[in-house]
Design a protein around this ligand. Structure first.
Ligand code: ATP
Ligand code: MG
Length: 398
């Protein structure tokens, strides 16, 4: 039976089951947050051993387009969300017709596609990187020469810098596009970044919003390495501009749920939107340990139509991602990081996602270092870097 869920807005009390599509670490932390308030959680995820499948009461081990599994999710759950943007549009549309679902299929579809995302930024007047759209039939030789050197990104299915190629000169573009399979792409000017920041926020069904302060993000090899909250280079003016832009995006999408907008700050001081994540974000993980309400609590609150409390950050923090690389020594032999030493460090909060197979670049967990001041939190993080054999980061901070 199909029903109109657009008007759903009643409070869903603890005891109900909430559904999540996707079983990675974001689904796991969503489940843990919702469970701590007394909700049951069901996860739809094909992988039996996935991080979220280990902690949820109901695990539907099936693909995202499995009709039976979607039916069961709609039957068992009072509301459903996603932890991953690449859910098939047809599954989202079916669910939206049968169970309260947030974010909406249209918002998710837009965030799956860099071409649509850039068009949204332009429509809303949110500055973004100079770019060109490459779709079938477009002559790559006719691209504006000013865009080079550039980064070619597939319009869909990229993450952690995957699906990207640097293109130094216009002449290299046809080969780079062919190497990405000739699929729809966005060619972005390679920008002179001073640093990156992101804003995590939540928007309820009634249109109310709350935001965390922006965090400063440091990437290595296209993967988030650390997030600093507060960020040493984020001025009050930049923070305000980023928060206004993120709100503009959330309202412009009529978004319901938690979202993150990633930004670039250029050396000339300009703030440009990079992309939108329609879900909690890696750069917001610190909120679990640093703030009165976490991004995952805001996610379940938007789902159950509970009030959204304004987050207050009670501790300065530095979040370090724990990539699979840490599980290998210099000779490539597998080893376990020295958790006892990590746990002996005051202010270190360890989060491991229950992934059994470490691989280079795979996100296995994160560490949040909290302290009374940003400088102290950075000291704790630097000590942990040295303990774990990670390159210190102070030289990379502007
Ligand atoms: P993630 O999943 O980590 O968000 P992603 O695969 O979606 O990554 P982007 O966010 O587009 O990809 O790019 C990853 C990183 O590469 C950025 O955070 C930034 O450090 C760098 N980068 C991307 N685009 C540009 C650009 N136009 N100029 C300079 N650096 C860029
Ligand atoms: Mg990104």
């Amino acid at each position: 039976m199909s029903r109109d869920t657009s008007r759903d807005g009643g409070f869903i009390a603890p005891g109900a089951t909430l559904g999540v599509l996707g079983g990675g670490q974001l689904g796991r932390m969503f489940a843990q947050a919702a469970q701590s308030a007394g909700y049951g959680v069901a996860v739809l995820e094909a992988d039996e051993a996935a991080p979220a499948a280990q902690v949820t009461g109901i695990h539907l081990a099936a693909r995202y387009d499995d009709a039976q599994a979607l039916e069961q999710l709609a039957r068992d759950c009072a509301a459903v969300t996603v932890e991953f943007e690449n859910i098939p549009a047809a599954s989202m549309q079916w669910l939206a017709a049968h169970v309260p679902l947030a974010p909406a299929p249209t918002a998710l579809a837009l965030c799956q596609d860099r071409v649509q995302e850039k068009a949204l930024f332009q429509r809303l007047g949110v500055p973004c990187a100079p770019h060109a759209v490459l779709t079938a039939g477009r002559d790559p030789k006719a691209i504006d020469a000013d865009l080079f050197p550039a980064i070619l990104k597939t319009a869909r299915l990229g993450y952690d810098g995957k699906g990207q190629r640097t293109v130094a000169h216009a002449a290299d573009l046809p080969a780079a596009w062919a190497a990405l399979g000739g699929v729809d792409c966005v060619l972005e000017k390679k920008l002179d970044l001073a640093f990156e920041l992101s804003v995590v926020m939540a928007r309820g069904r009634d249109g109310s919003t709350v935001q965390f302060a922006p965090q400063q993000n440091l990437h290595r090899d296209g993967i988030l390495f650390a997030s600093f909250a507060p960020g040493p280079a984020i001025t009050p003016e930049l923070a305000e501009a980023a928060q206004i832009a993120a709100s503009t995006v959330a309202h412009g999408l009529d978004y319901v749920g938690v979202l993150c907008v990633e930004f670039f700050v250029l050396r000339d001081g300009r703030l440009l939107a990079n992309e939108i994540a329609p879900r909690p974000h890696n750069s917001g993980h610190h909120t679990i340990d640093s703030s009165t309400v976490s991004q995952f609590e805001l996610q379940w609150r938007t789902l159950v139509n509970a009030p959204l409390p304004v987050p207050r950050q009670h501790s300065a923090s530095v979040m370090l991602n724990l990539l699979g690389d840490l599980w290998f020594d210099a000779q490539g032999r597998q080893r376990e990081p020295d958790w006892a030493a990590v746990l002996a460090q005051p202010g270190a909060h360890l989060h491991l996602y229950g992934k059994h197979a470490p691989r280079q670049g795979r996100k296995m967990g994160h560490l949040t270092c909290t302290a009374a001041t940003a400088a102290e939190a950075r000291q704790v993080a630097l000590q942990l870097c040295s303990l774990l054999g990670l390159e210190p980061f102070h030289a990379e901070l502007p």
